[in-house]
Design a protein around this ligand. Structure first.
Ligand SMILES: Cc1cc2nc3c(=O)[nH]c(=O)nc-3n(C[C@H](O)[C@H](O)[C@H](O)COP(=O)(O)OP(=O)(O)OC[C@H]3O[C@@H](n4cnc5c(N)ncnc54)[C@H](O)[C@@H]3O)c2cc1C
Length: 568
């Protein structure tokens, strides 16, 4: 396909939000409410009514301060779960916004159950039950009501940086032959984390049946890296413990109807390993498998019929595939235990803490650019409400900074910038030979699986194999220049693949740099098997040097307070 048919359009807005998920929608609504005079535009790769992690709905608000919990106690919990290392300032400011974000969802129409006292029905200490299958349409409705403009099915590909400041984004329609430069006074990046870096559990046609949203492909990380932003903690990958094959959430069983994890002999095993945190529970499961006592299960056979039926209701909300499996086996949840397994690793700042290095206002290191939700680093355990809280913080900081003097950009300058960028962005369309995005993606996932701690190696890494990964990724990075596309859809896939290769390179450099084992499964070095607080209670950060095509790794001190590692 020739690229000359592509229409090029420059658009202008005051505040641009890239990604219309939990963080993006709340950022846009906050910006509109903060200053209704401002134009706010949300640019979304899919459709805001059913995009991102929330597409399938939720069945709990996973981050909420129930009576007795405070922002401080939330910070203690997150710090313990993350083995001592988080950005205290970010977790605290996020925790302070959890309950108001929940109230907002309730006011918008999310059905949250309440007790006689009018309090949300708790699921755990820090979570509340939700009938959340319609959460995304409800949020999209609130976005529309705010008066924000929405550009659906437009994929952001590169930040527009001028005179050291982010001034907008280059983006392509995923359906039409159309490319945009959207100019803005402030840009808030909320594109979520990155799936598809590692080979998934389910191959072939079922490859999209994974834990994380398969269409969140790390564009925000990659755009930030190419523009020189500082990133943090890419070595802290997130691996979810899921039900086998259907990849449904295990929390729905473990917390929802409270049954234990057991091995193939029916023995409860978490206590053997002193496993309390999320990665420790995963590591214990892996250890049981390695000891020949796997596979492991959630023992739903202990449920009575009423709890069994409750469990099915809960899964109907967001993961009907497990119901289909039970139906196929002509079984009920209480007939037999549910097998569990670890997912492939993801790069996701809302569960792990990989992402943009930001300040408390969620300002990135690039002037004019803010980051919130799964794409922002340093503050794990955000979930839907924490991502919203961060979106709010980013929007408030962006509004406060808007007064900064910006040299206006002429129509001609903008048009020239767009034309120059189109040459590079549309390049795969003119390529007659080379690699399809799918082929390159497969190679990437194989390299990461085998040499950088994927499922096949029990998530563990060591220097020799990481060096292999580094070398193979260099070759892949060269092959990115040979990506081919025939239409707008392929072009989106080509950019997604290029982004993932860059992210993988950063992950490998981070894994090489942290010479200790801090987070079981998430980051475990066979050659440095101990946790070493003396040397490594600090952040591993990086930025990408475009000119030299290298990832520059640096360390940042941990500036939080001490915490009690033993309390619950
Ligand atoms: C399977 C699953 C179940 C979950 N269940 C719960 C739950 O029950 N309770 C809970 O509290 N939390 C839950 N979470 C966590 C919660 O959904 C996320 O933490 C939260 O949605 C993250 O918000 P976000 O805005 O950062 O990302 P998202 O909500 O995923 O939004 C990112 C948006 O960016 C868009 N985008 C991506 N790339 C581009 C691009 N290049 N250009 C334009 N747009 C782009 C995406 O399409 C998407 O709309 C769950 C997460 C997952 C993966």
């Amino acid at each position: 396909m020739s690229t000359h048919r592509w229409e090029l359009e420059v658009k202008k807005t005051d505040v641009l939000v890239i990604g219309g998920g939990a963080a993006g929608i709340y950022a846009a609504v906050t910006a509109r409410e903060g200053n209704p005079e401002l134009s706010v535009t949300v640019l979304e790769k899919a459709h805001v009514s059913r995009s991102g992690c929330l597409a399938a709905g939720i069945n709990a608000i996973n981050a909420y301060l129930n009576p007795g919990e405070t922002a401080m106690s939330f910070l203690d919990y997150v710090k313990k779960e993350n083995h001592g290392l988080v950005r205290d300032d970010l977790v605290l400011t996020m925790a302070q916004g959890l309950n108001s974000a929940t109230d907002r969802l309730y006011d918008w129409g999310l059905p949250l159950l309440k007790d006689e006292a009018g309090r949300y029905l708790a699921r755990g200490k820090r979570s509340v039950r939700a009938n959340g299958e319609r959460i995304k349409p409800i949020m999209a409705q609130a976005l529309r009501a705010s008066g924000a403009q929405v550009l659906n099915r437009v994929n952001a590909v590169n930040l527009f940086v001028k005179d050291g400041r982010v001034r907008g984004v280059f983006a392509c329609s995923t359906r039409e032959e159309k490319m945009y430069l959207v100019l803005a006074k402030a840009v808030i990046c909320t594109t979520g984390g990155a799936a598809g870096i590692y080979k998934p559990n389910n191959p072939g046609a079922a490859r999209h049946k994974m834990w994380y949203c398969p269409f969140n492909t790390g564009a925000g990380y990659a755009m930030g890296l190419r523009a020189g932003a500082e990133m943090t903690s890419f070595e802290m990958r997130f691996i979810a413990l899921r039900t086998k094959d259907t990849i449904s959430p295990t929390g729905t069983i473990a917390q929802g109807v409270r049954v234990p994890q057991v091995n193939a002999l029916g023995e409860e095993y978490l206590h053997r390993y002193g496993a309390r945190t999320t990665p420790e529970r995963l590591a214990a499961t892996l250890a049981e498998n390695m000891a020949g006592r796997g596979p492991c299960y959630l023992d739903t056979a202990r449920l009575d019929k009423e709890a069994s039926s409750m469990l099915k209701d809960a899964y109907l909300n967001m993961s009907p595939s497990i119901l289909l499996k039970w139906a196929d086996e002509e079984a009920e949840p209480h007939d037999k235990p549910v097998e569990i397994c670890g997912s492939e690793p993801y790069i996701v700042g809302g569960h792990g803490m990989a992402g943009f290095w930001v300040d408390a206002g969620r300002r990135t290191t690039l002037p004019g650019l803010y980051a919130a939700g799964d794409v922002a680093g340093g503050a794990p355990k955000k979930y839907v409400t924490g991502s919203m809280a961060e979106g709010e913080l980013a929007a408030l900081a962006a509004l406060a900074d808007l007064g900064e003097d910006l040299a206006p950009l002429s129509e001609r300058e903008a048009r020239e910038a767009l034309e120059a960028e189109a040459e590079a962005v549309l390049l795969p369309l003119g390529q007659d030979s080379g690699f399809t995005p799918k082929a390159l993606q497969k190679r990437l996932q194989k390299v990461m699986d085998e040499y950088a701690g994927g499922i096949s190696t029990g998530y563990r890494v060591a220097e020799p194999s990481l060096m292999q990964a580094r070398q193979k990724l260099r070759q892949l990075a060269e092959d990115v220049a040979l990506l081919q596309a025939k239409n707008p859809r392929d072009l989106t896939a080509a950019h997604e693949t290029a982004d993932r290769v860059l992210i993988a390179r950063v992950v490998v450099e981070h894994l090489l740099h942290r010479r200790e084992s801090r987070w079981p499964c998430y980051q475990e070095r066979l050659d440095y098997p101990e946790r070493d607080d003396e040397k490594w209670l600090k952040f591993v950060n990086s930025r990408y040097d475009n000119a030299g095509d290298t990832v520059v790794v640096m360390e940042r001190p941990y500036e939080g307070g001490a915490f009690d590692d033993s309390s619950d």
